[in-house]
Design a protein around this ligand. Structure first.
Ligand code: SF4
Length: 445
């Protein structure tokens, strides 16, 4: 089928990317994402049809340049931005958006909880070329801080407002059920997901089941209306290594697997969120379990942080775990910044977080031989060996920082271009190695 056929499908009220893919239609969005990905459009359509990749693309997000998320594709990264009650400034959040996109973030999530949340969300969606996610329960709670007065309908209403504003994917903690709550009693860090903690409190206060689970069919109908994708949140993600892979997390995961299947049946794209804090040796089991339980739905993890003692450097603890998780099939890494556990990230924290996770994702892409990854590394190595600094900066994941660091050491000294201040001209190993290759050298002779 062609894009024109797709338009006819929309008229016939076949409105979602998943419906189109199943109907054999390669949408404009899938074709665009496939080209960026370096894979055949038909292959991406098959992955979307099977639910193993998603192309989050709310029909109201006009500035979107669609991207695909799936374990067979280049590993993606998400940057969390957004205000808090302590720091709320639209311009600051837009600057974080711009920097995240410049540095290669594939998605952003607006997690605003303070200030004019609606205005911040709309401004981010309006300017974002990458898919934008959100957690509507934050918005619901900010509007009505008394949980006893918040109804299930209020939560669904918040999702609808975000969908109308063009949000491409929403996190809903629909898999955390009343029966899971006793499982967190013996945990070291209890419930650390904000959304998870809100749902748990709501269930206790109202003595009712999780409203997103109880009214999941209504939620799916709402999603269909905007082609809103679901990011099924892990409300019971471990917040410490000691709680990793425990009965609470895996119990919730079983429910998320059920919800993935129900979403697919209604033509709604779904991915699954994951931890959190997981020591290195438990990451492969964590990822494999999700892939089996959720039938290959894209897995989107926060970190995972492989140790609990990296305060101030948690972006490194997270990137280490992210690289291993991506190697085992995670589709998207949510960044963590150096300010994690300590405060709301500023612009420099965003830079450090995005770059650290781009490195993690790229490392996995290289290991898995994804299109273009090894070629980029090879090009960088060749540029290094010929001391082509401009090409090195162009290929670097953070060109501005690479350029700045070299310039700082170059200024005021007489170093030639064919070395750097690390070893200096006399001891530059690459320079010495290149001289070995010159005609007349002992090696070349
Ligand atoms: S001086 Fe040392 S670090 Fe710098 S380019 Fe030469 S070998 Fe590499």
């Amino acid at each position: 089928m062609t894009i024109r056929d797709w338009a006819r499908c929309r008229e016939a009220r076949v409105t979602t990317q998943l419906d189109a893919a199943r109907g054999g239609v390669t949408t404009e969005e899938v074709a665009f994402a496939a080209e960026r990905e370096g894979v055949a459009a038909e292959r991406l359509r098959e992955l979307v049809a099977a639910g193993r990749a998603i192309v989050p693309a709310n029909v109201r997000h006009a500035s979107l340049e669609p991207a695909a998320i799936g374990s067979e594709l280049r590993c993606k990264i998400n940057a969390n931005i957004g205000s808090s009650s302590a720091a709320s400034d639209i311009a600051a959040e837009l600057a974080k958006l711009q920097l995240s996109v410049e540095l290669g973030a594939d998605a952003v999530m607006d997690l605003s909880t303070g200030g004019d949340i609606d205005a911040i969300r709309r401004a981010i969606v309006e300017r974002s070329p990458v898919p934008v996610g959100s957690v509507p329960v934050y918005n619901a709670l900010a509007s009505q801080p008394d949980l006893s007065r918040l109804s299930a309908g209020d939560f669904l209403g918040a999702v609808e407002r975000h969908a109308r504003d063009g949000i491409d994917f929403v996190t809903v903690h629909a898999g955390l059920l009343r029966r899971h709550l006793p499982l967190v009693r013996d945990r070291v860090t209890g419930i650390v997901s904000r959304g998870g903690a809100i749902m748990a409190q709501w269930m206790l206060v109202h003595e009712a089941e999780n409203p997103f689970y109880a009214r999941f069919d209504e939620l799916l109908e709402l999603c269909r209306g905007f082609d809103l994708s679901l990011s099924l949140g892990d409300g019971l993600r471990p917040g410490s290594g000691a709680d990793a892979n425990d009965a609470a997390q895996f119990g919730e995961l079983e429910v998320l697997g059920e919800l993935v299947r129900r979403a697919r049946e209604r033509g709604v794209q779904a991915m699954v969120e994951g931890p959190g804090h997981v020591p290195l040796h438990l990451i492969p089991e964590n990822v494999e379990r999700e892939r089996n339980v959720c039938d290959g739905a894209p897995f989107y993890v926060l970190g995972p942080l492989v140790t609990d003692v990296a305060a101030g450097y948690d972006h490194i603890a997270s990137a280490i775990g992210g690289a291993l998780a991506a190697l085992h099939g995670v589709a998207m890494l949510c960044y963590v910044t150096p300010r994690e556990h300590l405060g709301l990230p500023d612009l420099e924290d965003v830079r450090a977080g995005v770059v650290a996770h781009r490195i993690a994702a790229h490392a996995a892409d290289v290991a898995l031989d994804r299109p273009g990854a090894r070629a980029r590394d090879l090009a960088m190595s060749r540029a290094r060996y010929r001391f082509d600094w401009n090409e090195m900066f162009r290929l670097a994941l953070d060109p501005a920082t690479a350029r700045r660091l070299r310039a700082e050491r170059q200024s005021g000294c007489e170093l030639p271009d064919d070395c750097c201040s690390m070893c200096g001209p006399q001891f530059c190993a690459m320079k010495l190695s290149r001289e070995l290759e010159k005609p007349g050298s002992r090696r070349s002779g």
